[in-house]
Design a binder for this molecule. Structure first.
Ligand code: SF4
Length: 346
């Protein structure tokens, strides 16, 4: 196998030739790196590309995000999912203003004090924006390193994770530029050494890859056991009156915490319209079923049933807020609610 120094230099050179043009790469700063890394967690690059520039124009520095209303931040985050990251980013901005004079830190120990920032994100910001010689390991990097070393252990095991960090550490110690090496490792995992069948013919480190040499690149890492998903039913009732839509805010805990939705009855089983009508807490004059779809989250499969409800003239809704279409544009809602409203429009 090639030495860590040879491998690092091949990856760095490959990265400079093959990197994608992405908005957070056009200009580097610790703040831009922090925002992009938090957006990219568990979210497709294409979706982050759409959201990054508008978010940075509105919140160009920690101070602007720290001073913003959380509802506006969640609305700007809409479409990226996992809204806890948006809240953590806002809390991080507040912490940066209070403890670092508004300047995003570049040292790993300082970054680790920020809410929602773990070893990977701290290493990414420190190495990519600050060129600090620190390793990073995400799923892509771990897969590349496991294949290079023909390590067929379960990637979620503690030992496998520790070995990945040690191997990433050896590469970054031996590299010329930590930013190019770390982004190169991630880019290699995203574009070449992909899950399933990697494109070894274009890989810059193929000559030193133990998995390729033994023909096991398709079997390393071993397949993950599928996560068990809880099945739940959400019965969403779309109620309009005088051009306004009745909306309610979700609680502070659980999925979509703090986001807005049409009145929704959640249950383990599918309910018939009369049960939805009784349980929704609103005195409905009538209810019609419009359609259903399934919304899949990491640990949950949500069967969404969409209804149109009507309230008799003079009867108060008793819950929620009547929203105009311009108010709706500023309300943070989940992708499931966007789809519910599409079903109600068709
Ligand atoms: Fe991955 Fe193939 Fe490169 Fe090995 S040779 S690191 S399996 S792409």
């Amino acid at each position: 196998m090639a030495s860590p120094g040879q491998q690092s230099q091949r990856i760095e050179a490959w990265f400079l030739e093959n990197r994608r043009t992405l908005p957070w790469r056009t200009r580097r700063s610790a703040w831009r790196s922090l925002v992009s890394e938090l957006m990219l967690q568990q979210t497709q690059v294409a979706r982050v590309v759409e959201k990054f520039i508008p978010f940075m124009e509105r919140f160009p520095d920690p101070a602007s995000l720290a001073a913003a209303d959380e509802q506006e931040v969640l609305a700007m985050w809409q479409g990226l999912g996992y809204y806890r990251r948006a809240r953590n980013l806002k809390r991080s901005a507040e912490y940066i203003v209070q403890h670092f004079g508004g300047r995003t830190p570049l040292d790993v120990d300082d970054l680790l004090q920020l809410p929602g920032v773990g070893r990977y994100t701290a290493g990414a910001v420190a190495s990519i924006a600050g060129r600090r010689r620190v390793p990073i390991v995400d799923g892509n990097v771990q897969r590349v390193l496991a294949r290079l070393h023909a390590d067929d252990a379960d990637p979620s095991s503690r030992d496998a994770i520790d070995r990945a960090w040690q191997r990433a550490g050896a590469l970054v110690e031996a590299c010329d530029r930590p930013d190019h090496l770390n982004e190169g490792l991630m880019e290699l995992g995203a574009l070449v050494c992909t899950p399933g069948v990697p494109d070894c013919g274009t890989c810059p480190v193929a000559s030193g890859c133990s998995a390729k040499r033994s023909g096991r690149q398709g079997r390393i890492p071993p397949p993950k056991r599928a996560a068990i998903k809880i099945e739940v039913h959400h019965h969403a009732v779309v109620i309009k009156r005088k051009g306004r839509l009745l909306m309610e805010q979700r609680g502070d805990d659980g999925i979509w915490a703090g986001l807005w939705q049409v009145p929704t009855v959640e249950s383990k089983r599918k309910l018939v319209p009369s049960q939805v009508q009784r349980r929704c807490g609103i005195e409905l004059a009538g209810i019609d079923r419009l359609g259903s779809f399934t919304h899949v989250l990491s640990h949950r499969r949500i069967h969404v049933h969409v209804f149109r409800g009507s309230i008799a003239a003079g009867v108060r809704a008793g819950v929620g807020t009547w929203c105009t279409s311009s108010q709706m544009e500023r309300l943070p809602v989940s992708n499931a609610v966007v789809r519910i409203l599409e079903v109600a429009r068709t």
